[in-house]
Design a protein around this ligand. Structure first.
Ligand code: SAM
Ligand code: SF4
Ligand code: SF4
Length: 337
C-alpha cells in the first residue's frame, strides 16, 4: 500500500465527509427536487450503470484512506436499492470510518429498519415535510402517504435507532403551517428536527427566492412559542446551527445554506450512483471515477486526492454575483443532498 498524504483543497479544506448516492430513482416526486412534470418515471440511469457493491466498497475505502470519516448513503431513494443491508454490512466494518449514516424519505423503512440496524447502521435521517396527510402527499408529488413514513419511524425506533434526525424543507405557502406541529410532535422525543432552507440546487425545480423561508424567520416563529437557546457546534464544519428548547425538551437545528453560506467549512464530496465525483452541490459536471476505480483502492485514493487538491468551490458564497452561472447545476436527486 502506498503512502497517501491527506489532501487539502486550494482553500485549505480537508476532505472529511462523503455523500454517496446508491440509486438515482425515487418513489416520490417532491417538487423541490424531482418535479413530476419534469422528471418522468423512466428518467433514470440503466441499473447496469450503477456501481456494484464491490465498486462502492472499494470507493469508500479509498475515500477513507484520504481522510473521510463520515459516509452518508443517499439517493434518489436509497431504500429502493436492492439488498441495501448487505452493502451497509460491508461499509460498517471499514476501519477508521467513524460514522455511517443513511438519508431516506422513510416510505419503505417499516420493512427495512430492522435489517439495516442488524447490518450495523446506527444513524438515520428521515425527510419529513408535513404531518398533515394532504400536505405531505402534495409535497411528495402525490406519491407518498404520511402514515407510511410514520410507520417507518416507529419501525426504526423499534429496531433500536435513537436520536433520529428529521429534515424538513419549508416552502412558503406550501408547508409553512406544518412547522409548529412538527416541532411540537418531536419536542421531548429525543429525536432532532432540522429545518433546511429550500435551495436553488439543480435547475428543474424552478427555484425562486421568495418561495424560500429563511432559518431566521423560522427560528423567530418557533422561539415565540418555545423559547430557544443557541448551542455550540458539535464539530467544525457542522452544517446545522443547533438550538435547545429552554424548557429542556431537546433541540432543533437550522441548515441555512442560502441565507448563511458555510463554504469555508465545507469538507464534503459527493459521488453519484454511476460513480461521478462532485466537489460541490452546485457543480455542473462530475468527474467520472469508474476507470480509475477499476484499478483499485490505491489508484483511486491518489486520483481523488489530486482532484480534491484542485478544488476551489464556494458557490453559496458567490450566489447572486454576476460571475456565477445559474445554468446547468447537477440535480439533487443525482447526488443526494
Ligand atoms: N430521498 C431521500 C430523502 O428525501 O431523504 C434522500 C435523497 S434527498 C435528495 C436528500 C435531502 O435533500 C432530503 O432531505 C431533501 O429534503 C433534500 N432536498 C432535496 N431538494 C432540496 C432543495 N431544493 N432544497 C433543500 N433541500 C432539498
Ligand atoms: Fe425523492 Fe428525496 Fe428528492 Fe423527495 S427529496 S424526490 S424523496 S430524492
Ligand atoms: Fe460546499 Fe458548494 Fe455548498 Fe459551498 S456551495 S457549502 S462549497 S457544497
Amino acid at each position: 500500500m502506498s503512502d497517501v498524504v491527506l489532501p487539502l483543497d486550494v482553500r485549505g479544506r480537508p476532505l472529511r465527509d462523503l455523500r454517496l448516492s446508491v440509486i438515482d430513482a425515487c418513489n416520490f416526486r417532491c417538487g423541490y427536487c424531482m418535479p413530476a412534470d419534469r422528471i418522468p418515471d423512466d428518467h433514470g440511469m440503466d441499473s447496469r450503470m450503477r456501481m456494484s457493491f464491490d465498486e462502492i466498497e472499494t470507493l469508500a475505502r479509498a475515500f477513507v484512506r484520504i481522510g473521510v470519516r463520515k459516509l452518508r448513503l443517499t439517493g434518489g431513494e436509497p431504500l429502493l436499492r436492492k439488498r441495501l443491508p448487505e452493502l451497509v454490512a460491508r461499509l460498517a466494518v471499514i476501519p477508521d470510518l467513524e460514522d455511517l449514516a443513511l438519508t431516506t424519505n422513510g416510505a419503505l423503512l417499516a420493512g427495512q429498519a430492522k435489517a439495516l440496524h442488524d447490518a450495523g447502521l446506527r444513524r438515520i435521517t428521515i425527510s419529513l415535510d408535513a404531518l398533515d396527510d394532504a400536505v405531505f402527499s402534495a409535497m411528495s408529488g402525490g406519491r407518498g402517504r404520511v402514515r407510511d413514513t410514520l410507520a417507518g419511524i416507529d419501525a426504526a425506533v423499534a429496531a433500536g435507532f435513537t436520536r433520529i434526525k428529521f429534515n424538513t424543507v419549508v416552502q412558503r405557502g406550501v408547508n409553512e403551517d406544518q412547522v409548529l406541529p412538527l416541532v411540537e410532535h418531536f419536542r421531548g422525543s429525543g429525536h432532532v428536527l432540522r429545518f433546511i432552507e429550500y435551495m436553488d440546487v439543480g435547475t428543474c425545480n424552478g427555484w425562486q427566492r421568495d418561495q424560500m423561508v429563511t432559518s431566521a424567520e423560522l427560528h423567530d416563529r418557533i422561539a415565540a412559542r418555545w423559547p430557544l437557546r443557541a448551542l455550540e457546534a458539535d464539530y467544525r464544519g457542522e452544517v446545522a446551527s443547533r438550538y435547545a428548547f429552554q424548557d429542556g425538551a431537546g433541540e432543533i437545528g437550522f441548515v441555512s445554506s442560502v441565507s448563511e453560506p458555510f463554504c469555508g467549512d465545507c469538507h464534503r464530496a459527493r459521488v453519484s450512483a454511476d460513480g461521478r465525483l462532485f466537489t460541490c452541490l452546485f457543480a455542473s459536471e462530475g468527474t467520472d471515477l469508474r476507470a480509475v476505480l477499476a484499478q483499485g483502492e490505491d489508484a483511486l485514493s491518489e486520483h481523488v486526492a489530486r482532484l480534491w487538491s484542485r478544488r476551489a468551490d464556494r458557490y453559496s458564497e458567490l450566489r447572486g454575483s454576476p460571475t456565477v452561472s445559474r445554468r446547468k447545476h447537477v440535480e439533487m436527486y443525482l447526488i443526494g443532498g
